[in-house]
Design a protein around this ligand. Structure first.
Ligand code: NAD
Length: 398
């Protein structure tokens, strides 16, 4: 069985390995790892075990997020002196923390089966780690970064996103203000809250979770966020600066997509990039950022003719459609980098991407999973922007 191996940062550094063995995992001591390495060798042609498949199925069913729990289902072995962790893409994504903590020996590498897994959470962790260090440096100089997150109404998905952002702030050392306003909030009330935060020198970033209730005009709200506190990168000033290649806050999701594409070692320059979707928050800025990196960019949308053919020509395919499983295997060029932005809740209650992962991962060179792909990366980019905002507003270099 061929596996693709990533290092700690999620970067493909070790090429394709023929993994010599597997073992249902638990937390191993260094001695045990060495012992299992020998064990693994004796099972050189062992396929991925039934127990792992069952574990993955079970994991999926429970949508477990507890890394400790997931660790119990992992598979690990040694290859060429590296600790190798095997599992399906989603499982690897969820379980990386425990693995990095528990392996005390060799280089920690990550393995994905059935198509190459883009170690997005690992890349996100790297970005977060950078922010953490920068924040510690800022604090040492008396600057305490603070992000205000406004949530209007009770949209369940928005509540989850806001919780995630607040949690990330906590992990990175950013103070967060979670401001909840009722569904019936008027535009004036929201604008007044933004004006208050805009004037507050202790608040460095202002984020209004979208979508907003019908009575509120999104454009008016985004316009009201001062560009220097617009850590989402949605304000017209930041959008204009991005378009003209000036320093600005880049929108988190598309900037995260670029970061992930580059983490594969793929050169964007000269590539055929196709973005499906043309929203202001994902599709359009993703296309602009790819263009800025010298890709030849095609933007597809709901009126595009020959969409399948166009996609099948893409070296880089970014799907931001909002339809589960929209991108099928026949729309993916062999070896392409596929970035799945979609987050769609299925009738089964689970989250699904815009890409049919089973089909596309068999063809793609790299692919991001959902959940666990673009989502964590987006949140990490928000931490980066907030850190930058705090530094800039206080005239401190980071
Ligand atoms: P949107 O609804 O604003 O835009 C969807 C785009 O897809 C539109 O431009 C539309 O033209 C295009 N589209 C719709 N049907 C199509 C079809 N049949 N053929 C071709 N194009 C079609 O959505 P959005 O805000 O850009 O979000 C897209 C998806 O990404 C959603 O699932 C959303 O939840 C997800 N999202 C994820 C993150 C993240 O952090 N991972 C962030 C933002 C959005």
């Amino acid at each position: 069985t061929k596996y693709v191996v990533f290092d700690k940062t999620g970067t493909l550094t070790k090429g394709v390995f023929d993994v010599t063995g597997i073992y249902p995992g638990r937390d191993f001591t260094e001695d045990e790892l060495l012992e299992y390495a020998a064990y693994a060798e004796s099972y050189s042609s062992h396929p991925i075990s039934k127990s792992l498949r069952e574990a993955c199925g079970e994991l999926d069913a429970r949508r477990a997020t507890d890394a400790q729990e997931i660790a119990g289902h992992g598979v690990r072995t040694m290859v060429d002196g590296h600790v190798v962790l095997a599992g399906n893409a989603r499982m690897m994504d969820d379980s990386k923390i425990t693995y990095t903590k528990n392996t005390g020996t060799g280089t920690v590498v990550y393995v994905a089966r059935d198509g190459q897994f883009l170690g997005s959470v690992l890349i996100a962790d790297e970005v977060k780690e950078h922010s953490k260090q920068a924040i510690a440096a800022l604090k040492a100089q008396g600057v305490n970064p603070c992000l205000a997150v406004i949530l209007v109404g009770e949209n369940p998905a928005s509540q989850v996103y806001v919780r995630g952002k607040v949690k990330d702030c906590g992990e990175c050392g950013i103070k967060s203000l979670e401001l909840r306003m009722p569904e019936t909030t008027t535009q004036e009330e929201l604008l007044a809250k933004i004006a208050e935060l805009a004037a507050d020198k202790t608040v460095n970033g202002i984020l209004v979770q979208l979508p907003l209730p019908k009575q509120i005009n999104e454009h008016a709200v985004i316009d009201a966020i001062p560009p220097e506190k617009d850590v989402d990168g949605f304000s017209p000033v930041n959008v204009g600066r991005m378009q003209t290649g000036q320093p600005c806050f880049l929108p988190c999701t598309p900037a995260g997509c670029i970061r992930m594409i580059e983490s594969t070692g793929t050169k964007i320059d000269g590539k055929n990039a196709v973005v499906i979707g043309r929203s202001n928050i994902v599709g359009k800025p993703a296309a602009l950022l790819l263009l800025a990196k010298n890709a030849t960019v095609t933007v597809c949308h709901s009126h595009t003719a020959n969409l399948k053919e166009i996609c099948a020509n893409a070296d880089i395919l970014v799907a931001a459609v909002g339809r589960a499983g929209f991108v099928t295997g026949d729309m993916v060029k062999p070896g392409a980098v596929v970035i799945d932005v979609g987050i769609n809740r299925g009738a089964d209650g689970k989250l699904h991407g815009d890409v049919n992962f089973e089909e596309a991962s068999a063809v793609a060179g790299y692919i991001t999973p959902v959940p666990g792909g673009v989502g964590p990366m987006t949140r990490a980019m928000l931490m980066k922007n907030t850190t930058q905002a705090a530094a800039m507003q206080n005239g401190v270099a980071i």
